[in-house]
Structures are given as C-alpha cells and as structure tokens.
Write a protein that binds this ligand. Structure first.
Ligand SMILES: [Zn+2]
Length: 292
C-alpha cells in the first residue's frame, strides 16, 4: 500500500497527499508544464521520493524536472537525491538554515526522537537557484508563480500558484495541528491574510481544501497567541503550564494536538521579540511532550 492518495485537481496539476499527515509525512505536488514537470517538495527520504518518481513515469509526465522546495524542513526536502532535476529552487534563508542543521547533525537527533522513521536514506541536496522574490517558471503549456511567503511557518517559506490552485507548503495544515516553533505565530497570522484567493489549496499536511482552511488555521493561531499573551501578562512564562490551561475545543480532534506546547513557546518568543529562526529556549522540555 502506498503512502499517498493522488488527486488530479485540474488537468496536469496533481496533489500527492499523504494519507496520515503526521510527523514527517507531508504532501507533494506535480505540475505538467508541457515540456517539463515541476515537483513541489520531495518527501523525507528517498524511498518515498522514489514512489513520487514512479508516479511521474506512470502519469506520463515530462521527464525533465524542476524541484521547488517550499521550506527547509526535512520532510519536504530530504528525498531530492533520487531525482536528476534541471534545477532545485528554494528560499535563501531556508537553504542557510538547512545547511546549518546539516552541520549540526540534525538527523542523529531525529533518529532518537522518531525511532519509527527511517532516516537512513535522507539527505539534503542544496538548491541551484535561490528565490527571494516572486518569479515565474514558464513551460510550453502553462506557467507557475513562485512567491516568497515567510516569515510564517519558517523564516524562508515559498508558495506556488498555478491556475486556480495554490500549493502552500506548510503555510497551511488541514485538520493537522500546525507547528510554529521554527517561525512566528503573529507573522503567520498576518501572512494567512495575504494568501492569494483561489478555489483550492494544497496544504503541507492534510487534505486539499478551499479558503475555509485558511480561516480555521488563522482562528487556531490567533487563539493560541491571545491565550499566551493573557498568561504572559499575568507573569506566566511556562509553555507547558500555559498549554495545559488552553481549552483546544474543536482543535483537539486535529492530529498532534500536543503541538500546542511548541506553538505557545513560539508565541512567547514573539511576545519577547525573539526573531523567527532563533533557537527555541526550552526545546528538550517540549520534546518530552511529543506523541508519535
Ligand atoms: Zn514544515
């Protein structure tokens, strides 16, 4: 059984949706430009990326490829090694962070935290083109627009607009709790208001949705920020204590509700004017709350 569910949104525009959507289980996109195929995000290891590669052959898509990496997180970039793309495009800040995480041996840490996942065939392949302003990739039959969209989920997010569809990377999660720890809660809320208004969005995790998934995510992040702000103003500066006091209501049914602790910590960092991308002060304490 494959990890993904394939949906052809419009002719030649495919969403490759992970059926689970949890830790390291992210979505990809395939877009037929007539003379080449755009691959959006390459999964967390080469086994999963190989399935994506087979899909390109099965769908008879052009064999020339261009990869877009929406941000630096391993579940979106570590499978790129199985492809021979003409180019890999990424935001310069995302590349910079990915390189420093490589130097720090990030996968050794992940092997301990997520023992059920296989990182043996995960590696970082750096981009050949850095994208820090809006660009258009033209093909024979259509074009895609690539837009820098951080800081939000991370300091170096990109989104991809094609026809009436936006592939948002992790700017959107659908019925999966978002993770703001590497970005900014407040900045993310602002960015959600600026997302291009289209019919369909392919999130980084969870199912395809319409504009309603933007609103729901904005409400979740605004609730986290407000509850954290109120607690912080009362002198409470403990993400676990604040997280435990928050009634998640309808968001409790989303996958990985325990990410609330990470999101509260990032909201506290926003309140302390700590910039996105800065190290998380209490990361190990928060990691003890993970549910895999
Ligand atoms: Zn991410």
């Amino acid at each position: 059984m494959s990890w993904y569910k394939l949906t052809e949104i419009n002719e030649g525009i495919y969403a490759v949706i992970d059926k689970d959507g949890g830790w390291f289980l992210s979505n990809s996109g395939l877009i037929d430009l007539g003379d080449k195929t755009v691959i959006i995000d390459t999964q967390y290891n080469e086994d999963r990326a190989t399935e994506l590669k087979h899909l390109i052959q099965k769908l008879n898509l052009p064999s020339k490829t261009i990869i877009i990496h929406t941000h630096h997180h391993g579940d979106h970039v570590w499978g790129a090694g199985v492809f021979s793309p003409e180019h890999i495009l990424m935001h310069p800040i995302a590349d910079q962070i990915a390189r420093s995480l490589e130097d720090a041996g990030i996968r050794e840490l992940y092997k301990q935290v997520f023992p059920h996942l296989d990182f043996s065939k995960s590696k970082y392949t750096p981009p050949t083109i850095l994208v820090d302003e809006e660009i258009i990739i033209r093909g024979e039959t259509r074009h895609v627009v690539l837009k820098p969209f951080g800081p939000a989920h991370t300091p170096g997010d990109l989104i991809v607009e094609v026809d009436d569809v936006v592939f948002t990377g992790d700017i959107l999660f659908n019925k999966v709790t978002p993770l703001a720890i590497d970005g900014t809660v407040q900045g993310w809320i602002k960015r959600l208001e600026q997302l291009p208004r289209v019919q369909q969005y392919v999130p980084g995790h969870g199912e395809i949705g319409g504009p309603e998934i933007i609103e729901v995510l904005k409400e979740y992040l605004a609730m986290i920020y407000e509850e954290t702000r109120k607690a912080y103003e009362k002198g409470i500066d403990d993400p676990i204590k604040i997280g435990e006091s928050i009634d998640l209501g309808p968001y409790k049914s989303w996958k990985h509700p325990e990410r609330v602790y990470f999101n509260v910590e990032r909201a506290l960092m926003d309140l302390k004017d700590i910039p996105p991308g800065a190290p998380t002060p209490r990361l190990l304490e928060l990691a003890s709350r993970l549910q895999l």
